[in-house]
Design a protein around this ligand. Sequence first.
Ligand SMILES: Nc1ncnc2c1ncn2[C@@H]1O[C@H](COP(=O)(O)OP(=O)(O)OP(=O)(O)O)[C@@H](O)[C@H]1O
Ligand SMILES: O=C(O)[C@@H](O)C(=O)CO
Length: 422
Amino acid sequence: MEGKIRVGCIADDFTGASDAASFLRRQGMKTVLFNGLPEEKLPENCDAIVVALKSRTAPVKEAVNDSIQALKWMKAQGAVQLYIKYCSTFDSTKEGNIGPILDAALETFDIPYTLVCPSLPVNGRTVKEGSLFVNGIPLHESHMKNHPLTPMWASDITVLMKEQSKYPCMKLSIQELREGKEAVLAKVEKFAAEHPRFYIVPDYYEDAHAELILGIFGDLSLMTGGSGLLGAEAFRKKAAGEAKEEMTVPAEKSLLLAGSCSKATLEQIDTYQKAGGFSVHVDPLRLLNGEVTVDSLWEEGKGASKVLYYSSDKADNVKKVQEAGREKVAELLEQTMSMLAQRAVKDGYTQVIVAGGETSGAVTQGLGYQSYLIGESVAPGVPVMTPAGNRALRLVLKSGNFGQPDFFERAVKMTTEGKRGE
Ligand SMILES: Nc1ncnc2c1ncn2[C@@H]1O[C@H](COP(=O)(O)OP(=O)(O)OP(=O)(O)O)[C@@H](O)[C@H]1O
Ligand SMILES: O=C(O)[C@@H](O)C(=O)CO
């Protein structure tokens, strides 16, 4: 395969990017993650690049512009294959941003079709008969129906896409995929005769299904989805070497931040607290009325060698708090977490571990590092990362619903003692 960079991937938020990067790294590719469109030069011998955008909840036009600009930049760097990574729970609204970004990519690169494949079976996200399930529950009946920013209204991907995209979807069942490349491509051609641009939604509910999909569509110049395809065995053939960076540092102080209100994060906080971990509650109402501030929160946790700050709460409480203005509350909490992280790094903390995509985005923006080298994973899709600008720091950024119940403990251990988490 020609070209130096095997895969150029954009992701719609930071943890989505680190998720994709962790799987590329596990395929043996030296992977660098950029926070936003890079201004730096590409490091030597890098096999995969991932650009983290903030396009999941940005205004549609901005999200589309940022995505297309980043994809064009990757192509200009010689990326052989482009990948648009969105959330495995298809986080979007009826306006976008998944549909408009994919439509614009097809148009910009003049591509007739690509895959829409959010599956990530290792984390319980599966697609069957074109519908997305979270641990066996249809997406719109899962916790995602209560998501603070992108509450999901349907599970059928064609229905989800119909609202936000100009182009139709064609479903492919496992039986159809099993008919083999020739038969499948004949069906695709038939569909193409009536639709100049469209999407293919393949079923993918067991790990082995990735091989079927990649066997037929693995060389498309553009693919889109969660990170399930990136982690598949059939993707490994693209790897150029064996990346083996060690990502441990002598134990110093660890800062843990949780802004995610997902079921998994709530359980992880509970497990951490039950094991005696020290934590400080970041109460949005008290922050709003000025009873607590970043300064007072910092003072509360400062002395501890390991402290968890969390605002995470159950859906009913989140709804009540959001009466003060959803965006306003989200912004205030995200900025608070970001400022706590900045203080910690200044104060010599060597581990920063964050739960929640938007929260992680705010934290990384606040820390201001432009690129990260990707190391081993604490859990599937959650790698240890080292900023190019601060080799002593280890960051672990977790998408809301990822990770085992004892995730926080594992992340601290792995970044300080070098234990593998998976
Ligand atoms: N108690 C709370 N009340 C209202 N909003 C909250 C509360 N705690 C956190 N939030 C906000 O909810 C949002 C959670 O989004 P975030 O992306 O961080 O987590 P997530 O959606 O679970 O993760 P992911 O996007 O990776 O699935 C953030 O904007 C956060 O500030
Ligand atoms: O795909 C996922 O589930 C995650 O990488 C993510 O994007 C959640 O923010």
